[in-house]
Design a protein around this ligand. Structure first.
Ligand code: RP5
Length: 212
């Protein structure tokens, strides 16, 4: 018989002992957790409600750059989550995140990674939710490695690729805003206001000497 840890089998019954024995054996071997607590799901960051955009990064060291994407999304009032998930260090969790993306209602996933960056491509191969890739800069190739790895996806599985580093993180988030704005008039209004402010900033401060 197969046993699903999520099944509602009452604890303490003889059937429960019989049904869960294989699970606990496996759990002990894996040093995992009892039924009802899905650590992998938790590890994949699948917890939040009302999340429209996921902001993923391959390492905690990417946060300083990827934070810009979160800041933009939050400034537009878009529900988002930030998670460290790696295509090579935690491939199972990254796959699980991608597999759940559509049913969770995510409209886009922003994926930032450096070096031989394959997080965006690995996610894109498992979901039709649009993947917005942000190549991140690192020594010694300053992001050219990540740029090429992200932009040069073989045909059939697209990744929308943005600029290296902070500009890319910001623009990927703005692109997600624009995607949401196609069906959300309020978001369209906010995006137009954001653009108008950029114009205003230039018009109001045309002389660079005023910066001192
Ligand atoms: C990638 O490898 C990450 O996205 C990061 O940019 C790069 C280096 O990771 P760390 O060694 O700094 O954790 O997976």
């Amino acid at each position: 018989m197969s046993y699903n840890p999520g099944d509602g089998v009452r604890c303490g019954s003889a059937f429960w002992a019989f049904a869960t024995a294989p699970y606990f054996t496996t759990a002990l071997l894996r040093k995992t957790v009892p039924p009802g607590v899905n650590l992998e799901r938790k590890g994949a960051g699948i917890m939040g409600d009302n999340v429209r955009v996921g902001v993923l990064m391959g390492s905690r060291n990417d946060w300083e750059t990827m934070k810009r994407a979160v800041d933009v999304l939050e400034s537009f009032g878009i529900g988002c989550e930030a998670r460290v998930l790696s295509a090579h260090r935690t491939p199972g969790l990254a796959a699980e995140y991608a597999d759940a993306a559509e049913s969770r209602g995510l409209v886009a996933i922003i994926a930032g990674a450096g070096m031989a960056a394959h997080l965006a491509g690995a996610l894109a191969g498992r979901t039709t939710v649009p993947i917005l890739g942000v190549p991140l800069s690192s020594d010694p190739l300053r992001g050219m490695d990540a740029l090429l790895a992200t932009v040069q996806m073989p045909k059939g599985i697209p990744v929308a690729t943005f600029a290296i580093g902070g500009a890319g993180a910001t623009n990927a988030a703005l692109f997600a805003v624009a995607m949401i704005a196609t069906t959300d008039p309020e978001m369209r209004r906010k995006l137009a206001a954001y653009r108008a402010k950029q114009i205003e900033d230039v018009v109001q401060n045309p002389d660079p000497r005023s910066d001192g």
